[in-house]
Design a protein around this ligand. Structure first.
Ligand code: FES
Ligand code: FES
Length: 167
């Protein structure tokens, strides 16, 4: 059986795969990292977004075989080892940017990539456009946009904490 060797959240894994195995299947079924969700399976909803070498990708349409040597980060790998949340996770919590939470892992991973790519800052419109590939059935997006704007200020050193950004 073919194998793929990749790093997931800083840990190396060599995993048996089939040619058709998807990255999301490898993560959820082989490595039991079930924080990455599957909503549509057809690259529409963004629930399955993870980072490959720092770039957000939809893992439901990425073949595991293409990830040889890659460094993958999932929602489980975003917080620090001591449990300190990433500013984006903290902002989602502080701004009540989730309800059922189904979209949240993918939304957070997409948002981190979006903010990292815009150190100059993002307007509300740019945040909304940047999240076009992530669907949320619950929140109406308003608090998600506010959370991302707050996290962006912290990630780019314009505010010290999410709490400060919330004031
Ligand atoms: S499950 Fe991948 S985009 Fe919906
Ligand atoms: S919080 Fe329910 S789908 Fe987004």
């Amino acid at each position: 059986m073919p194998q793929v060797t990749l790093s997931v959240n800083g840990k190396s894994h060599t995993v048996d795969i089939e040619g058709r195995t998807l990255l999301v299947e490898l993560l959820r079924e082989k490595l039991r990292l079930t924080g990455t969700h599957v909503g549509c399976d057809t690259s529409q909803c963004g629930a399955c977004v993870v980072h490959i070498d720092g770039e957000s990708v939809k893992s439901c349409t990425t073949l595991a075989a293409m990830c040889e040597g890659a460094s993958v980060t999932t929602i489980e790998g975003l917080a620090k080892a001591d449990g300190t949340l990433h500013p984006m996770q903290e902002a989602f919590r502080e701004y009540h940017a989730l309800q059922c939470g189904f979209c949240t892992p993918g939304m957070v991973m997409s948002a981190v990539d979006l903010v990292q790519k815009h150190p100059e800052g993002l307007s509300e419109l740019e945040i909304r456009e940047g999240l076009e590939g992530n669907l949320c059935r619950c929140t109406g997006y308003h608090n998600i946009v506010k959370a991302i704007a707050a996290a962006a200020e912290v990630m780019h050193g314009k505010r010290e904490t999410i709490a400060a950004a919330a004031q």
